[in-house]
Structure formats: C-alpha cells, structure tokens
Design a protein around this ligand. Structure first.
Ligand SMILES: NC(=O)c1ccc[n+]([C@@H]2O[C@H](COP(=O)([O-])OP(=O)(O)OC[C@H]3O[C@@H](n4cnc5c(N)ncnc54)[C@H](O)[C@@H]3O)[C@@H](O)[C@H]2O)c1
Length: 276
C-alpha cells in the first residue's frame, strides 16, 4: 500500500464505462482520466461518446477509447471487449453505468408509467438495459479479470436502490388521481437488483482479487423544471440537488486502491435524502 493520496492513483489503469456518452458517463470518464487512468467509453449511441473522448484526449495526456455496443446483446458486448483488449491490452475496471431513466412526464398518455398500465415491453426493455446489461458486461469483463489476477467492478445504482420513489415529485395539477404520472417500477427494481448483483459478485470473485461495489447517486441538477427541483430539494437534508461533477472523487475512491478493503458495499451519496 502506498501513502493515502497515492492510493487514489489510476495510472496505467484501463476502465470501461458503459453509457459513457451520457451525463454521468462523461463525469466518470473525467474522473478516471483525472486520476491518470484511461477511460474506454461504451455506448449504443456513439456520437456523444466520441466528442467526450476527443475532449478528454485534448485536455489530458490519455488516449480514451470509444466503442459502439449494445450492452443488452451478448455478442455485441463480447465484440466490444475483444476490440477494447486489442487496442488497450488489458482492462482493470468496469463501470456499469448505462440505464434507462425515462422522463415520467413524457408520452402522450401521462399515465403510461403507472404500475397498472406499464407495458410488459417497457418492463423487459428497462431491465434489459439496467440489469441484464450489467450482468453481461460483468460476465464478459469480470471473467477475463478473474483469469488475469483481478480488477474492480463498480455498479452505478441510485438513491432509489435503497428507498422507494416519492411519487409526489411527479404530480401534475388538474389530473385525476389514477392518471397521475409516476416513476416506473422498473427503475426501483433494476436499481435494487444492481445491489444484489454487487453483493453476489463481491463474494463470488473475492478469491480472484475482484472487488465489486456500487455507488448510489442522488438526483443531479440538469436544468429540470423549477417546481420539480423545489419539491425534490425539500426531500434532501443538504437542501440541494447534486452537481454533476460531485461524484467524481467517490468514483476514483471506489475504483482505486484507496478502497482496497471495501467490497460488496453501496456508497450512498444523496445529500442525506435516504436517511430522513
Ligand atoms: N442523472 C441522475 O440524476 C442520476 C441519479 C442517480 C443515478 N443515476 C444513474 O446514473 C447512470 C447514468 O445516468 P445518466 O443520467 O448519465 O443517464 P444518460 O441517459 O445521460 O446516459 C445513459 C447512457 O447509456 C446509454 N445506453 C442506453 N442503452 C444502452 C445500451 N443498450 N447499450 C449501451 N449504452 C446504452 C445511452 O445512450 C446514454 O448515453 C444511470 O444508471 C442512472 O440510473 C443518474
């Protein structure tokens, strides 16, 4: 073990980030590269991921990678992993970050996300991206890590991995009670499921020197409507939503030797919302 600060270094570490082209995926890529590692962005939509990688490569002395991959498709995951290994030689960290988080106010029928109405296809799709995708990536990348002497898996969960959604956040005036929009059950189920996957992998591969933890961010401010922000802020002891860069240090901690004796845990960073 190095000194306390040296343990946070990710020098020479290669890190796959699923959903790397999204809001938090970009911050995860920044976190990895700021600590000296090389982020490899996996995303089904390649354009944004490419821009992020180009920016990071310009700003820092790294060669971030980008691969188009559908994490719900095993062949696609295996091909992306082969291509990643071919270019980078090794992978040390996997961040399972991609998930669907549909805006509940979207759709012609606001009641689409209510439990009674939720389409089976939505249930299957959300769980495929948020849970099956994490399973397939962990299976492919983790098995390789287990053979090669170890690694780190970080699952991006949510404060909704430990608490139920407060459906009052999504209420709209003038709509009947049984038509009010809600956060769909899929988000709760997949985020709780990710914690199960985290604990399972932490114990399953402990003897292979693989650590697996989860991070549970609270809501990130990203230009949401004022009324929503006020309602959510009222549920958060810290009195505000998170800044999008606020999780970076925790990601470095969880991916580095700084957390060497931590596995199977869920690091909840939610401004205190879940302890109320
Ligand atoms: N934004 C928040 O406030 C917040 C809060 C807590 C937790 N989270 C979690 O953080 C993670 C990232 O959230 P975000 O806000 O950056 O979301 P985002 O929608 O901005 O990014 C998700 C990314 O995943 C990609 N993706 C979707 N399906 C894919 C597939 N099949 N294969 C590969 N890539 C796919 C999308 O193209 C997108 O780039 C999610 O797991 C989310 O639940 C977000």
């Amino acid at each position: 073990m190095g000194n306390a600060i040296d343990n946070f270094s990710l020098t020479d570490k290669v890190c796959i980030i699923t959903g790397g082209g999204g809001l938090l995926g970009e911050r995860n890529a920044d976190a990895i590269s700021e600590a000296g590692g090389t982020p490899v962005l996996w995303d089904i939509k390649i354009d944004n991921a490419r821009k992020i990688a180009e920016r990071i490569n310009q700003e820092r002395d790294v060669e971030a990678g980008v691969y188009q991959v559908d994490i719900t498709n095993k062949v696609s995951v295996q091909e992306a992993f082969r291509a990643t290994l071919h270019s980078f030689g090794h992978v040390d960290i996997l961040i399972n970050n991609a998930a669907n988080d549909p805006k509940v106010e979207l759709g012609s029928d606001l009641a689409w996300s209510r439990f009674e109405n939720l389409a089976l296809s939505t249930w299957v799709f959300d769980l495929e991206v948020g849970l099956t995708g994490a399973f397939l990536c962990a299976q492919t990348v983790g098995a390789w890590m287990a053979d090669r002497g170890g690694g780190v898996i970080l699952n991006v969960a949510s404060d909704l991995s430990v608490i139920a959604p407060d459906q009052r956040l999504y209420r709209q005036d003038g709509i009947d009670e049984d038509r009010q929009p809600v956060k769909p059950v899929t988000y709760s189920v997949l985020k709780h499921g990710l914690i199960g996957l985290t604990k399972y992998l932490a114990t399953y591969w402990a003897h292979k020197n693989i650590r697996c933890n989860a991070i549970s961010p609270g809501g990130i401010y990203n230009g949401q409507p004022d009324e929503f922000v006020t309602r959510l802020t009222n549920l958060i002891p810290a009195g505000r939503m998170a800044d999008k860069n606020e999780y970076k240090s925790a990601v470095v901690f969880l991916c580095s030797e700084a957390s060497a004796y931590m596995t199977g845990q869920n690091l909840i960073m939610d401004g205190g919302r879940s302890v109320l």
